[in-house]
Each structure stands twice: as C-alpha cells, then as structure tokens.
Ligand binder design. Structure first.
Ligand code: ADP
Length: 615
C-alpha cells in the first residue's frame, strides 16, 4: 500500500508539481521579456522624438547658413559684417541675434550703437562678449554636425562641402550619439584640447524601465569660442547662460575666412518649432496616433514639458517617464519622454496572465490529486479484494473439508458396523445436515459466480411468498431447534403476492437463517418475521447473536467481505452468502439491509415489491 502511494507520489505528483513550478517560472520570465520588449518598443518612440528634435535644430542651422549665403551673395562680406545683426533680423524670421567677429575676436556687429538702441542686444553683449570674443572660457556643449541627425541633411551639408567635425578631434571618438549610452571611453580625453570636460551630471528624469542610465550621456567642456572657430567652417555651440539654454550657430565663409558670422537663439524662443515634432513619430508607430496608450513629451533641461502629444490635458509625473531618450548636445539635458496613460495596464495584464496560470496549475494539480486519489483508492480496493479472494479460497477449502470429514467419519463408522443401532439415526442425521451444509456452500459459490458472470437467469413467476414460507419454514424450524435455538415465525396474514424466483428467494432466506445460526452466539434465538408495508413485503431475520460490528453494516454485503475473521471468531465462512442474497434481492427490485437489533444481535431485512393481485 505504502509502495503504491510512493509510486503515485514519485511518478505523478512530484513531476506535476515540478512542471507547474517550471511553467510558473517560464511565465515570469516571459513577463520580463515582454516588459523589456515593450520598453524597447517605446524607447524607439522616444528615440524618434529625439532624432526629430535634433533634425529641427539642424534645419534652423541650415536656414541660418542659407540666409547668410544669400546675404553674402548680395554684398561684400566685410560690409555685411558691419551690419549683420540688422540684416539678419530682416532676412530671417527667427528671433535670433546675429553677430560678426573679426579674426581677433572683435565684434563687427552688433555695434555699441545697436546695443544702445535695443536692450536685448545690450544683454546679448553683456552675457556673451567675453566668451564669443575669446576672452574667457565657458561651459559649452559643442554639437557634432553629423550627429544633428536626419541623414539627408547631413548628406546635403556634405555635398555642399560645408560639413565638418571639430578640428580638435576631441569628440570624434563619439561615433554614436552620446545619448545612446556612449561608452565612457568616448569621452573627450582629459589631456586633449578640451581638457576641461564638465563633470557628468545626473539626468533630470528617472525613467521607470530597468537599465536606464541614471547619468546624463551628454558631455560638455569648458572651452573658448575660438577653439571651435579656429579650424572649422561652421558649427553649433550650446551654452547655458543664467540657466537658459542659448544656441549659437556660426559660419566661417570660404570667401572671408577671417570673419565669423553667427547668431544666438534662445531655446525658449523656439516654441513655434515643437508642434511638428511628434507627427512623424506617431505616424511611424503605425497606429496614426489614435488611441495610443502613451503620451510623448519633450522636456526641457528643468524636466518640464515644452511640448506634449497627444495633449490630453493630464499632468503626469514628468520626471518619472516610462522611457526617455536624451536629445543630446543639440539640446543638452533635454529629454524625449514617454508616459503610459495606464501604467497599471501592463502590470494588470501580467497579473491576469499569472493568475490564470496559477488557476490552471491549481486545477491541474487538483485534477491530478483527485485522479491520483481515485487510482489510489481503486488500487487499495483491488488489493483488499485480492486478499479477500485469497482468504476466500482458503475459507472455501476449509468449509468443504469440515463437512466432508464428518460425513466420511460417520460413513466409516456406519460402514464398519462399529456402532450401536440406536445411534445410527443420529449419525445419519448429522451426515444429512453436513451434506446440506455442503450443498448450500457449493450452491452459494456456483450461484454467485453464475450471477457474477450474468449466466444465471432468474425464473420469475407470480407467486404467493407466504405459501413458499409455509413450505420452507417447518424444516428450518426443526433444524434450528435441533441446533438448540428457539425459533419462531411471526407472520402477518397472507397473501404475499410477488413476482419472483422461488428457489432464489429461498436461497436468500436460507443464507440469512444460516447466518443467524452461525453468528447466533449464546442467546440462541431466531425470529423470522414477515409483514406487509405499503406496497412491499418485508421479511426480517432477527437473532440475539454477536451482531455486526458498527460501521460494517454495508460492507458485509460486498463479495468476500467478512466482518468476523475466521481465525479471531472461530466461525468459518466464505463471505459470499450476503453478497449473493443482495444480488438476488436487487434482481427482484427489492433491497436488503442490516440493522443492529435493540437488546443485542442483528436484524436483517429484505424488502420486496408486491405484485398486483390478478382480479
Ligand atoms: P460468511 O460465509 O462469512 O458468513 P456472509 O456473506 O454470509 O459470509 O456474511 C458476511 C459477513 O457478515 C460474515 O462474515 C459476518 O461477519 C457478517 N454476518 C452475517 N450475518 C450475520 C449475523 N447474523 N450476525 C453477525 N454477523 C453477521
């Protein structure tokens, strides 16, 4: 028994538990992969916004260079330099302050008169003359032109021969845009011309996805303006003045290499640029932006949104986007950020998936446990049955042997003529009783196996069972008296009309009465009771014997089951008598059961349906 339980445990339960555990782990891993994929997908969105932002800046730079080219075509460079501020204002619609410097870094424009006339220009000179004039270094973010993204713009500028990287080579190592996790080695060498690299800064947003770098990948340096203009043809240098981002576009025309034309744009004045920022991104997402489950925003260096798409009027935790990409040196410390409209959705679907898996595994385990239990119970029953059958064989042998032995013994005595004549009837009677017992036993075994194999067909016919009992009882009563029992038949008035097999029903009564005798104990009393109840005939066999142990009243009707073990009780038997009786009674549409008899003993009842009497 223990072995089969162990087999069940090792072969079924443990592997199922293991499989369940593996499935769970797999789902968790899947979840992580899914989250990572989602983050990657969304990261592509913010990367696109960042690229788009760089493109917009690049377009402005081109617009400035183009305007300058046209102006230079119209007038001499030196003349243009003297009034460049005013000329630029009239020719370019951006609120930029143009300036021109000579080789020594002196301002050719704006002039002091310009400054006196316009406070904006005055402020420009105050804030920038030292840096632009080459008299002081300042923390700056030089932009590598190739990396002002949009490949076609870069190509165009190359074709025009205007493209350049800084002659200083300092940032040339940074082949990838720094925002894409540029390795630290890509940093400008400390001992190079930009030896005053600014210390790296924390990003001003904390993206929620894993592995997002916490440090800004945008690098600045303390440098002089002249360090950029000395060797290059054009460029962009960004710097913060009074906490405001200023963009400086500059060009050294081929026709007048000694001059530097430039303009300063304040990022906060570029509001008009940003609305076009997201169009391409959302279209690129392939869902036309409709019902997107995220919101994109361009955040300035203070982490505040300057543009939002779609503008749903909601306020998000701007500094805690789901994913974010730095724009780069083109807009230092600005970020393209993505916010989930429904952050719980991601987790909810994960939780839902996990819950359904738990449920599935739970159900599978319960099913396995139940199935295992059923198999286990069945195995146990089979084992018990096998044991009972073994007992049965030995019991039957014993049952056969006992009467045979006594028959043989008395037959030998009679045959040898070794007994007084007056004892002979007694011996013959014993032999008869033993032969009857033998017959009964063999009948039981044969009938049971025939019924079991459905070979025995009952010969049912309409009969009055009272008449059957009248024929059957006297012999029985005599036999019981002989065995020292008081026996009586308490009979309700006839008739007891039923449709049944007389022999089979007699066999039921014989078995019940034989048991009453066998398990009759010391208070030798047997009652046969017959009465009508509703539309049933009830036959009761009552004794004052050892009784059926509590809880086993049902089991004793199972084949081979014996409530009183032969060894312990000393009463032999096959465990077939009641099983056979039950089958016969059921074949008659009736029922048989056993109850303890008040005052001791057992009370077996057979209920048979009455037949309608023919009129
Ligand atoms: P058996 O050949 O063992 O008597 P049965 O099928 O006739 O087989 O009875 C099954 C078991 O029911 C018996 O082994 C006995 O334990 C119990 N039993 C049957 N009749 C009685 C009774 N009158 N009193 C007590 N126990 C009984």
């Amino acid at each position: 028994m223990k072995k089969s339980f162990l087999v069940l445990l090792l072969a079924v339960l443990l592997p199922s538990l293991l499989l369940g555990f593996l499935a769970l782990r797999n789902v968790q891993e899947q979840q992580i992969v899914l989250e990572r994929r989602t983050a990657e997908l969304y990261q592509q969105q913010t990367d696109k916004v960042a690229t788009s932002a760089r493109s917009l800046i690049s377009e402005q730079r081109h617009a400035f260079a183009e305007t300058l080219r046209q102006l230079l075509a119209e007038e001499n460079a030196t003349v243009l330099a003297s009034h460049f501020t005013a000329r630029l204002r009239t020719r370019w619609n951006q609120p930029a302050i143009g300036f021109a410097l000579d080789e020594a870094g002196h301002f050719l424009s704006p002039t002091l008169q310009d400054a006196a006339a316009a406070p904006k220009i005055r402020q420009f000179l105050q804030e920038n003359s030292a840096f632009l004039g080459g008299k002081a270094t300042a923390p700056v973010y030089p932009v590598i032109l190739e990396e002002l993204n949009r490949p076609e713009l870069t190509q165009r500028s190359r074709a025009n021969g205007t493209s350049q990287t800084y002659g200083k080579k300092a940032f040339d190592n940074a082949n990838n845009y720094p925002s894409k996790a540029a390795p630290k080695e890509a940093l400008p060498p400390k001992n190079g011309p930009f030896d005053n690299v600014l210390p790296s800064q924390q990003r001003n947003v904390v993206p929620q996805q894993q592995n997002a770098p916490a440090e800004s990948q945008v690098y600045g340096a303390n440098a002089e303006f002249r360090e950029f203009t000395a060797e290059g043809n054009e460029g962009v240098v960004n710097r913060f003045v009074q906490d405001r981002l200023n963009m400086i576009f500059w060009v050294r025309p081929f026709t007048a290499r000694q001059l530097v034309f430039g303009c300063l744009l304040r990022a906060e004045d570029l509001q008009g640029l940003w609305p076009g920022l997201f169009d391409a991104t959302l279209r690129g997402a392939g869902d036309d932006g409709q019902a997107a489950d995220f919101v994109l925003a361009l955040l300035d260096d203070k982490g505040q949104p300057v543009a939002i798409s779609p503008a749903d009027g909601r306020t998000y935790e701007w500094k805690k986007p789901f994913v974010a990409s730095e724009i780069g040196e083109a807009l230092p410390h600005w970020e393209a950020a993505l916010y989930l409209r429904n952050p719980e959705q991601l987790q909810a679907s994960a939780r839902r998936q996990q819950r359904s898996l738990y449920l599935l595994i739970g159900c599978a385990l319960v099913a396995i446990a139940l199935g295992g239990g059923v198999v286990f119970r069945d195995t146990r029953r089979q084992l018990v049955l096998a044991q009972q059958k073994t007992d049965f064989v030995s019991n039957v042998s014993h049952e056969l042997k006992t009467p045979l032995t006594s028959i043989r013994m008395f037959a030998e005595i009679l045959h040898g003529g070794r007994t007084a004549p007056e004892r002979q009837p007694e011996y013959l009677r014993i032999m008869l009783v033993e032969a009857e017992r033998l017959t009964r036993l063999i009948n039981n075994v044969l009938d049971f196996s025939r019924l079991d194999r459905r070979e025995r067909r009952l010969q049912k016919r309409a009969l009055d069972l009272h008449e059957v009992l009248e024929r059957f009882w006297p012999g029985c009563e005599f036999h019981l008296h002989e065995a020292g029992f008081t026996a009586r038949w308490e009979s309700a008035p006839p008739p007891y009309p039923i449709v049944g097999d007389e022999d089979a029903l007699t066999q039921v009564l014989v078995n019940l009465l034989a048991n009453a005798e066998k398990y009759g104990g010391d208070r030798k009393e047997v009652i046969l009771r017959s009465h009508l109840e509703d539309r049933f005939l009830c036959l009761g066999v009552l004794d004052r014997g050892i009784g059926v142990p509590g809880g086993e009243e049902g089991k004793i009707f199972e084949p081979f089951y014996r409530a009183h073990d032969s060894l312990a009780s000393g009463i032999s038997g096959t465990g077939l008598g009641l099983a056979l009786a039950k089958r016969i009674v059921h074949e008659h549409g009736g029922e048989i059961f056993c109850q303890p008899r008040p005052g001791g003993g057992s009370h077996f009842t057979v209920r048979l349906p009455l037949a309608r009497l023919d009129p």
